[in-house]
Design a protein around this ligand. Structure first.
Ligand SMILES: NC(=O)c1ccc[n+]([C@@H]2O[C@H](COP(=O)([O-])OP(=O)(O)OC[C@H]3O[C@@H](n4cnc5c(N)ncnc54)[C@H](O)[C@@H]3O)[C@@H](O)[C@H]2O)c1
Length: 251
């Protein structure tokens, strides 16, 4: 049975990824900074819970020490701050880069040696905003563009060890993390209908793409970013979505 480590597994997209990989037969190590949620998820999917802040070097070392062997690593844990570049504080910027970029690199470095001789797969969560920018998103898009670059670098550096590395970039998915800003069904409808596919994404949409890139059907795929965004990034709908967001933020 393959072993999969999923970070940020306590809720949202990470929880859906953990459930999907468990349903596909993986033994899941569910990692999150929040103890209560990750314990509940691990119990529900029959996996193991590990409480770990991926930005904390000692906690990451302890996590790595508890894992003998690994086949799949999903670097999903990520944070954002809703502020323009001008309104972002230095603390906001440090926090976003520390978790999304430094945390992703740090956890991967700590676990890379746990893959077996047959290698495995790393899937990093980026965002469509790595490509198109977004109203009031501050340095978050830059952090996710850095995740794409990290993914390519992992692909190159780990290929000799048969470890593939790819990224999945969601569009807008309503999760516990985004619900504060996007709770209004009217707003969800407005942004969803601005998407070429006419709706927002679901955590399961994202989990399906992660499962593909983590699995044998993607055996010859590495260094790629797969955007699962309903077409947001490719036809100008970013501008419509940004206009809706900008309007709401101005109210
Ligand atoms: N929801 C979206 O619309 C969307 C869009 C594009 C990209 N993403 C990316 O997908 C990923 C998941 O997003 P989500 O909406 O499910 O987020 P969320 O806020 O709902 O859940 C994130 C989970 O990660 C955990 N976490 C945060 N920081 C952590 C840390 N330092 N160490 C360990 N765990 C930590 C949180 O406790 C939480 O359980 C993130 O990387 C996010 O940037 C989300």
């Amino acid at each position: 049975m393959p072993t999969a480590v999923v970070t940020g597994a306590g809720r949202g997209i990470g929880r859906a990824v953990a459930a999907r990989l468990a349903a596909d037969g993986a033994e899941v190590v569910a990692v999150d900074a929040d103890a209560a949620s990750v314990t509940e998820v691990a119990e529900r999917i029959g996996g193991r819970a590990v409480v770990c802040d991926i930005a904390d070097e000692d906690a990451v070392a302890a996590l790595a020490g508890s894992i003998d062997r690994l086949d799949v690593l999903v670097n999903n844990a990520g944070i954002w701050r809703s502020a323009t570049l001008d309104d972002s504080s230095r603390d906001d910027v440090d926090a976003v880069l520390r978790v999304n970029v430094v945390g992703t690199w740090q956890l991967t470095r700590a676990l890379a040696g746990r893959f077996g001789p047959d290698g495995g797969a790393i899937v990093n969560l980026t965002s469509v905003l790595a490509e198109v920018g977004g109203a009031g998103r501050g340095v978050y898009p830059a952090s996710k563009a850095a995740v794409v670059a990290l993914t390519k670098q992992m692909a190159v550096e780990y290929a000799p060890r048969r470890i593939r590395a790819n990224a999945v970039g969601p569009g807008l998915v309503v999760t516990e993390g985004t619900a504060g800003e996007f709770a209004d069904p009217g707003l969800q409808q407005a942004i969803g209908s601005a998407m070429p596919l006419g709706r927002l994404g679901t955590p399961e949409d994202i989990a399906g793409a992660v499962a593909f890139l983590a699995g044998p059907d993607a055996a010859y795929v590495t260094g790629q970013a797969l955007y699962v965004d309903g077409g947001w990034g490719v036809n100008g709908s970013a501008f419509i979505a940004n206009a809706v967001l900008g309007y709401i933020q101005s109210l």
